[in-house]
Ligand binder design. Structure first.
Ligand SMILES: NC(=O)c1ccc[n+]([C@@H]2O[C@H](COP(=O)([O-])OP(=O)(O)OC[C@H]3O[C@@H](n4cnc5c(N)ncnc54)[C@H](O)[C@@H]3O)[C@@H](O)[C@H]2O)c1
Length: 410
């Protein structure tokens, strides 16, 4: 709380993420200039920051003096010219390529030497850099919501990002107390890609009529110690947001069957069942946060081959933290196997190092263990045996492992 850097950090866009990023930087001692297009928007942002600091003081996380200092470090502006002295400017405006390009160009012209970081979740950092005309200075800095609390930042290296820009963005995020992973500019980066099977494989189990949403949630929580089951989590994120991320990652990766959207989840969204925010999603939610399953499944008895049963039992013996029924073990092995496989594909495709993939999944989405270290613990041969046995049960080859089938390809 005492450190003061010389140059201000610019934050463009005072919405959910911009406000959180400004708070994170100011909380670590950096002066921040927070920009938005209208005075009312920056006023609202400042009000929301004040409320956050009041809460932190009430909870005794910081003193009143620290809260006052932090707030004073954040100035607001509706003129991009006020960003001219910043050496890092983080863009957190609407997720639209053309609008981002236009604003990034303006920002880059105002602050000619600044590093320009985009908080995009789904656009290509390389393409944004190219279309701005100063690709060397453009990097991705992907914060997670809520930015002051979530420890992870994915630093994305565009194809033409300079090494110094990548390293400077990394050092600054680390100085704000963040855990940083470096990622190549690939769809979904690490977290939004490797987490997809957690949701998708769970929806496919529903589509196959094998288990209900609460059975799946319970299996993932009890056998794997996941904090939230996939359906509770997607109801919280918003089924609509989750579907949009799936579509974007799947399309940009060339539509691999592993990541194909779930028809059942999409139809839920088409009916306006977005989850908690709309009162109904995978569960119906009342105003006291009670939930009851709202997706009907005519579940049939699980019928699996002896080979798959053995593979699941061997896998679960090492991977689970507690025992369960064969149905629970099947659910857990199928979903976690899908995640491990996606992490192996990501490693093979040089998205990031194995270590950074594990760190990102633990810090960005609260997984109890990184998928690759979990796979190592189970034993790679057992993981491959499971995936191969699962692959025999599907028509789309989605459990096929990457060509070299290894977790340490890079
Ligand atoms: N919300 C999340 O959970 C989350 C997480 C990680 C990354 N992101 C990414 O962060 C970025 C911002 O997301 P958000 O949820 O904070 O959005 P938001 O809609 O809450 O805020 C966007 C803000 O940008 C402002 N803005 C400034 N200049 C603008 C311009 N020229 N045109 C349009 N808007 C302008 C808007 O007025 C608005 O206040 C997006 O790229 C999003 O993909 C969001």
């Amino acid at each position: 709380m005492t450190k003061h850097a010389q140059n201000s950090i610019g934050v463009v866009g005072a919405g959910t993420m911009g406000v959180g990023i400004a708070q994170a930087a100011a909380g670590a001692g950096w002066p921040v200039v927070l920009y938005d297009i209208e005075q009312t928007l920056v006023d609202l942002a400042k009000e929301s920051i004040t409320k956050r600091f009041i809460r932190l003081v009430e909870k005794k996380r910081i003193t009143q003096e620290e809260a006052t200092d932090c707030q004073e470090r954040i100035s607001t502006s509706v003129s991009l010219d006020d960003l001219s002295n910043c050496d890092l400017i983080i863009e957190a405006i609407v997720e639209d390529f053309d609008i981002k390009t236009k604003v990034l160009k303006q920002v880059g012209a105002v602050a000619k030497d600044a590093i320009i970081a985009t908080n995009t979740s789904s656009l290509s950092v390389t393409d944004l850099g190219e279309s701005c005309g100063f690709a060397k200075r453009v990097v991705g800095m992907h914060f997670f919501n809520p930015a002051p609390i979530m420890p992870l930042v994915e630093i994305i290296r565009g194809e033409k990002s300079s090494e110094s820009a990548v390293q400077r963005a990394t050092l600054l995020a680390e100085a704000w107390g963040k855990i940083v992973v470096q990622v190549s500019d690939t769809p979904g980066f690490i977290v939004n890609r490797v987490a997809r099977p957690y949701y998708l494989e769970s929806w496919r189990i529903i589509e196959d009529g094998i288990a209900t949403v609460d059975q799946i949630d319970k299996a993932m929580q009890s056998l794997g110690e996941f904090k939230m089951g996939p359906f509770m989590l997607t109801d919280l994120i918003g089924q609509d947001i989750n579907v949009a991320t799936t579509r974007s990652v799947w399309q940009r990766l060339g539509k691999p069957s592993r990541l194909a959207p779930s028809a059942k989840q999409e139809s839920l969204v088409e009916r306006g069942n977005f989850g908690r925010k709309s009162g109904c999603g995978a569960y119906a939610h009342d105003d006291k946060d009670n939930i009851v399953p709202a997706v009907f499944v005519e579940s049939e008895e699980l019928e699996i081959s002896e080979n798959l049963t053995n593979a699941i039992n061997d896998f679960c013996l090492e991977a689970c933290c507690t025992s369960g029924s064969i149905l629970e073990k099947y659910i857990f092995a199928r979903v976690l196997g899908g995640i491990m496989n996606e992490a192996m594909w990501a490693t093979t495709e040089h998205v990031a190092s194995s270590e950074d993939i594990d760190t990102a999944m633990k810090m960005g989405t609260n997984y109890p263990q990184g998928p690759l270290e979990w796979a190592e613990k189970v034993g790679i041969e057992k993981v491959h045996r499971l995936l191969s046995a699962l692959n025999e049960t599907v028509a789309d080859n989605r459990f096929a492992t990457p060509p070299f089938g290894t977790v340490s390809a890079n």
